[in-house]
Design a protein around this ligand. Structure first.
Ligand code: TRP
Length: 494
């Protein structure tokens, strides 16, 4: 029962870019990236991360957007249609199922974390963070988690707000809300950075983030950069593919992808410049980890002039970053419910929200009354994180790269991307060999099958890449055919 109406599209020129950047910019940028940078060697890590974004993230993101726009549907329908167009099996839609499920499952624990952010915004506003020491802050964080009613209320609030926005539709809900939340977020970040410039610790923060020290780079850091490049761009979870399905035909996929990747990276760096001055000005440890923004930062703000005001600004910014991500995580499911189950947008949002509420409430209980409910040593919260980030995202990314690289005919991607021959060949090489190998390396290492040591294994890895590229090219004449066919049907679009 597929609807035959033409698919709705973003209204404004910046609709897709703002929505996709909103999806990409989240807790991964504001909390995880600055902290990883500190742990894995500052500037050297930043450089490696940029390379990973370009080599792994950008090609796969382009593939996802192209699949979405070509298939004009939820991940399941889009992938099935695109596969059918090339005469491939409908079983490829399993890739779409996994992506949709992955986004939904991430959201089930993401709303809990977003709930922390909302509750801290409230605590900042109401003076609930009074305390003079790190121990006080640890106690406040623990107390916040200990009450299921309190924690559940905040995650429920995030769920309801997310569904209200998504229920209003692509243009009236998502596009409209990201249209003010993203600029608002950037303005708040800039104000926070400016505050850091004047309140001390800024030069330490700059040094911390940008001084290049190659010796400080470890294999662990490289792997973390690879994995994070994938996570931070919201890949393999249905979000970007579904947003791509609303992209107007004339927009350049390469250009929009680069814009989103650059914006995502800039926000991550800016977050570092907003957080670390306060940490350094108060002589705190930048490598604090999970506690950094919920424990050290509130304490640091309190010790500074007008700190409460800027603390409010920080958590408001974080809450918005989380919201623009959460709406994208559920969009694949909602679009599928509308297209395939014939529900209205609003009904689809409430059905998805109801299921989300039940699972996320159970996940939230992992922090209090359900502390003993574990399976194989993991709570539901940890299971959701583990399944999505360790299994579903790498497998989905691998599947996407292989699908567009080897399985589909050359023409559809050629048409969607509209690149010149040389750029298209580069993109094809990336999705065929570089991205899959990169993903495999993270996957194999994360599962503990082999421990990858870049310092000693790099000649082997490089040799492997060359060998499989050569083998792959010899075995498949398609690339050569693609190259000799130098008349892309949509050159110079935009
Ligand atoms: N990119 C988001 C962040 O940096 C996290 C994320 C991962 C995500 N997968 C997603 C967001 C899918 C939306 C949809 O925090």
């Amino acid at each position: 029962m597929t609807t035959t109406q033409p698919r709705i599209q973003w209204l404004g020129r910046w609709g897709f870019v703002l929505a996709a950047t909103g999806s990409a910019v989240g807790l991964g940028n504001i909390w995880k990236f600055p902290y990883m940078t500190g742990e894995y060697g500052g500037g050297a890590f930043v450089l490696v991360y940029l390379v990973c974004i370009l080599a792994l993230g950008v090609p796969v993101m382009m593939a996802e957007i192209a699949l979405g726009r070509r298939g004009r549907g939820s991940p399941i329908d889009a992938v099935r249609r695109v596969a059918a167009e090339s005469g491939r099996s409908a079983a490829w839609s399993l890739l779409g199922w996994m992506a949709m499920l992955c986004g939904f499952l991430i959201l089930c624990f993401y709303v809990v974390v977003a709930g922390w952010s909302f509750s801290y915004l409230w605590k900042m506003l109401s003076g609930g963070l009074a305390g003079g020491s790190v121990d006080d802050m640890v106690a406040i964080f623990a107390a916040n988690n200990a009450s299921p009613l309190n924690l559940g209320l905040w995650s429920t609030l995030v769920t309801v707000v997310t569904m209200l926005i998504v229920g209003k539709g692509v243009q009236g809900g998502i596009e409209k809300s990201v249209g003010w939340m993203m600029p608002g977020m950037v303005v708040m970040l800039l104000v926070l950075i400016l505050y850091g410039v004047f309140s001390g610790g800024f030069s330490d923060a700059l040094r911390f983030l940008f001084v290049f020290d190659a010796g400080s780079l470890s294999s662990e850091g490289l792997l973390a950069a690879l994995g994070h490049a994938f996570f931070t761009l919201s890949l393999a979870s249905g979000a970007i593919l579904t947003y791509g399905s609303y992209l107007p035909a004339g927009a350049s996929i390469a250009r929009t992808t680069l814009t989103v990747a650059v914006a995502d990276t800039l926000v991550a760096l800016m977050a570092g410049l907003a957080i670390f001055p306060a940490i350094f000005a108060n002589g705190m440890d930048p490598g604090e980890g999970p506690g950094l923004i919920f424990m050290s930062l509130p304490l640091a703000f309190q010790a500074m002039p007008l700190g409460t005001l800027f603390g409010v600004l920080f958590f408001a910014m974080l809450s918005m970053a989380a919201l623009t991500s959460s709406i994208s995580m559920v969009e694949a499911t909602v679009s599928w419910l509308c297209d395939r189950q014939g529900l209205s947008r609003r009904a689809a949002a409430w059905v998805a929200g109801g299921v989300l509420w039940v699972i996320s409430t159970l996940a939230m209980l992992s922090f209090n009354v359900g502390a003993d409910w574990t399976l194989a040593g993991r709570h539901l919260f940890d299971w959701l994180d583990y399944l999505t980030s360790r299994w579903m995202m790498p497998l989905g990314g691998l599947g996407t790269a292989l699908l567009v690289g080897f399985v589909l005919g050359a023409a559809p991607m050629r048409e969607e991307l509209g690149l010149s021959s040389a750029w298209h060949a580069l993109w094809l090489y990336m999705v065929r060999y570089v991205s899959p190998l990169g993903i495999l390396v993270i996957f194999v290492d994360a599962l503990g099958i082999v421990s990858v040591e870049f310092a000693t294994h790099w000649p082997f890895l490089l040799g492997l890449l060359l060998a499989i590229s050569l083998g792959g090219e010899l075995a498949s004449p398609r690339l050569r055919r693609t190259l000799s066919d130098s008349t892309p049907s949509r050159e110079g679009v935009e």
